[in-house]
Design a binder for this molecule. Structure first.
Ligand SMILES: Nc1ncnc2c1ncn2[C@@H]1O[C@H](COP(=O)(O)OP(=O)(O)OP(=O)(O)O)[C@@H](O)[C@H]1O
Ligand SMILES: [Mg+2]
Length: 383
């Protein structure tokens, strides 16, 4: 389980170290930084996929994603005695992301490139990284650190050796130094991060991928676009928890039942609803019903990953569906760590009742701050 998440210099998040539980809900008004938090988590996952630099570029590059406020907000500014002003930077420009879990922790520090003749002169560079064992990074518990191109690893005798020119500025230690013989921990951590699943705004319009019949194969993880909904539900029935699925459908839509039909290898979802003479096809379901079934398929996965993150799952759901959704998420969090980002206070309350740790985001001088949250111990790797 991930118990600490740290983000610095990313959009409205100047410096945030947050505790996470098995189930955590992040909520707050518009513009307080919830989406920034969600995107930061995705960027962290992108590191393990080897595409953090291109994801950052797609967001407008470092200049746009970096915290646009001053490095420090002084007391006199907070008390209204002085206006916000830029000051001479003490630290270098940096976007930093990291997490600590029960066994290992990882952090990355991205910065501006050293000016060169390259056409890729806007690409951010990976300046520092670290993987450690235990709570927070320290000199004693780090077993691989990266500073620029150099990687220092713990060797078998407990000493440290440095490989001076191992990495290009656009390669992460995670993808380019995770050799199964040399650094098995890095490989383990990378594979875990690659398994994280993100669900963000399933499409439910008339042409939504989830509405069409599709070739079905065993699907233990619903795809991010929900195209394999029927196959994922059938997989839950065959190798997952068919009883739980039927109960969860009934909990949300009293008297309703799901059916999957197969014809020529194509799978189609049907839903028999109370009071109707024929079942409705996925193409005929309401947006909210379809979205709920998508969430159901994602949450009841027969092979839960280490972490699932849901961004605004309540979109187009009626208030009546929020308590069953919260129950479903609460149940799923017994086998998989879950983070939910929502601006819906009712869903946040219902999740809290289901046992979630709740973080309320607010904004102070343009900066995302979290009310009444403990700040776990944290240290960033040095450049
Ligand atoms: N580089 C930046 N530096 C500082 N603030 C930024 C930067 N980029 C965006 N912001 C601001 O960060 C704030 C948080 O945006 P975000 O999209 O995370 O909010 P949100 O909580 O998801 O809001 P909503 O509920 O409306 O979706 C916005 O007010 C945005 O203008
Ligand atoms: Mg948002």
């Amino acid at each position: 389980m991930i118990h600490t998440l740290a983000i610095a210099g990313y959009r409205s998040i100047r410096n945030l170290v947050l505790p996470l539980e098995r189930l955590t809900v992040v909520t707050g008004r518009n513009g307080t930084g919830k989406s920034s938090f969600y995107k930061a988590l995705r960027l962290l996952a992108d590191v393990a996929q080897g595409n953090v630099i291109s994801s950052l570029a797609a967001e407008g590059g470092l200049p746009s994603t970096l915290w646009a406020g001053p490095e420090q907000i002084s007391r006199s500014v907070r008390e209204g005695l002085h206006p916000v002003q830029g000051t001479v930077r003490k630290d270098r420009v940096a976007l930093k992301l990291g997490f600590a879990s029960d066994d290992y922790g990882y952090a990355i520090d991205l910065g501006l490139p050293i000016p060169s003749a390259s056409m890729f002169g806007r690409d951010p560079e990976i300046k520092a990284e670290a993987v450690w064992a235990g709570e927070a990074l320290s000199r004693r518990n780090a077993f691989a650190t990266r500073s620029g191109p150099a990687v220092t690893v713990l060797d078998e005798q407990g000493g440290r050796s440095t490989l001076p020119n191992l990495l290009a500025p656009f390669d992460s230690m995670m993808t380019h130094a995770a050799d199964p013989r040399g650094l098995p921990e890095l490989l383990l951590l990378r594979e875990r991060m690659r398994a994280w699943r993100f669900y963000d705004h399933f499409r439910t319009d008339a042409d939504a991928p989830a509405r069409a019949a599709r070739p079905g194969t065993r699907t233990t993880a619903l795809g991010a676009d929900g195209a394999d909904l029927a196959a994922a539900l059938e997989t839950i029935r065959e190798i997952g928890d068919p009883k739980g699925l039927a109960q969860a459908v009934d909990d949300a839509f009293t008297g309703a039942e799901l059916r999957i039909e197969e014809s020529g290898g194509r799978f189609e979802l049907l839903m028999q609803q109370h009071g109707l003479l024929r079942p409705l096809k996925a193409a005929e379901l309401s947006d909210g019903t379809l979205r709920y079934l998508l969430l159901l398929a994602a949450l009841m996965t027969p092979r839960p990953p280490g972490l699932m993150v849901f961004n605004e799952p309540e979109t187009s759901l009626h208030a009546d569906l929020l308590p069953p959704l919260a129950r479903l998420i609460g149940e799923a969090s017994k086998t998989c760590q879950i983070v939910v980002v929502t601006h819906d206070a009712m869903l946040a309350d219902a999740l809290r009742e289901a046992g979630a740790l709740r973080h309320d985001f607010t904004k102070s001088f343009g900066e995302t701050v979290v009310e009444a949250a403990d700040r776990p111990a944290w240290a960033w790797p040095e450049r």
